[in-house]
Design a binder for this molecule. Structure first.
Ligand code: E4P
Length: 214
């Protein structure tokens, strides 16, 4: 399973690159707004840092506006993937972009039927938002499982990005289900490394080694 960071923070991305575990980045308008600086500049910096897909989202709600924005994003760098919301206008834009070989990720997916529609429109990626479903007492990971099963049934090549991840168990469950990608906040990536028994074990090893040196 590929690991994407769900952030527009260049420092976090640099750290994940150093860890050697980063396969791509997803941003959205909220994450870019959080950085408080020119989004085009931020995305240019991210594209240079990351050897993999970098997702930039459109904010237009009509397909013509989305296409214009998509072309502007795609001109930034070869690794841009354009994020398009799961709407009727969005799917018109996805179809056109797929004909132009501009990769797309359909975002704000909350049902299996939406994922199926996105794949039929020609999306390269779909992003089911698991955390936001869990927040409403709906089962986010069950949605992922259904999408994977549907895509497997028909050999659909659209990749499933498990998005809106809140904790390491979302990542582990995504991997058990065979999801293609998990996109996670930096704090979740850090937690994946941790186990108290690793820390205790390391302290003991170092103590024992020190005894040998005396
Ligand atoms: C996905 O690409 C989105 O950017 C993201 O995962 C949204 O997550 P949130 O529900 O934590 O805002």
């Amino acid at each position: 399973m590929k690991f994407f960071l769900d952030t527009a923070n260049v420092r976090e991305i640099e750290q994940a690159v150093e860890m050697g575990v980063l396969d791509g980045v997803t941003t959205n308008p909220t994450l870019l707004a959080k950085e408080g600086r020119d989004p085009v500049q931020v995305l240019k910096e991210i594209c240079k840092l990351v050897d993999g897909p970098v997702n930039a989202e459109v904010i237009s709600t009509d397909s013509e506006g989305m296409l214009k924005e998509a072309h502007r994003w795609a001109d930034l760098s070869d690794n841009i993937v354009v994020k398009i919301p799961m709407t009727r206008e969005g799917m018109k834009a996805v179809r056109r972009l797929s004909e132009e070989d501009i990769p797309t990720n359909v975002t704000l997916v909350f049902s299996p039927s939406q994922a199926l529609i996105a794949a039929k429109a020609g999306a390269d990626y779909v992003s089911p938002f698991v955390g936001r479903l869990d927040d409403r007492s709906e089962d986010g990971m069950e949605l992922v499982s259904k999408i994977i099963q549907i895509f497997d049934n028909y050999g659909v090549e659209t990749e499933v990005i498990v998005a809106s991840i809140r904790h390491p168990m979302h990542v582990v469950e995504a991997a058990l289900m065979g999801a293609d990608i998990a996109t996670m906040p930096y704090a979740v990536l850090e937690k994946l490394f941790e186990h108290p028994l690793t820390d205790v074990g390391l302290v003991q090893f170092l103590k024992d080694w020190e005894k040998l040196q005396r």
